[in-house]
Design a protein around this ligand. Sequence first.
Ligand code: URA
Length: 233
Amino acid sequence: MRINKYIAAAGITSRRKADELIEAGRVRVNEQVLKNPGYHVEEGDRIEVDGSLIKPVNKKVYYLLNKPTGYVTSTYDKEGRPTVMELMPDSTRVFPVGRLDYNTSGLLIMTNDGELSNKLMHPSNEFEKKYLVRAYGTITRKEAAKLARGIDIGGFVTSPAEVKLIRHDKNSTVAEITIHEGKNRQVRRMFKAIGHPVEELSRIGLGNLTIGKLAPGQFRKLGPAEIENLKKI
Ligand code: URA
């Protein structure tokens, strides 16, 4: 089995991220830093990531976490900030699927299923991501329509989105936006492009999943039907 697939099967991260780990020199095979990303694991090989021995896991687990703000969506942070890993039980090794910004809260899938993560994160995947936004100022219908049509966020024009203005006061507007792509900081960049920077951002839906009544910092296991749905995306 190719090394990136082996690392994904061990529940460490997705295949793509495994390639990054290899490139960063964080993977060792039989005590040697691995240089060849195309390496095929052989019977009896000793594979280490960041100095820990890894083994393929059979039991896949899937959680839905309501990420609070102030946590990094990563298994490790160089700057020592809290990561979403600290919110999960340490009995099972999981990793986040995709990324929410440090200051974004909401729905995040945590799993050890590297194949599913790979599939969901593939750029061709256009499933819905729904966000609740509080943005500075009063957003007009015309501005909302611009967001919905697609807007240049700096070298990239977003594809059509659904935008619902919910309420506003003199300082801010609350809106819901559903996008089908996932560029870096996309929602923040979209609202900035119409002159209303984001004040608060929370992901409330992903594919068929919704955050429901899960409080920030809490997680729940996904049910079999929810997992099946995700695999069909
Ligand atoms: N869009 C953003 O700008 N930030 C997120 O965390 C998610 C989507």
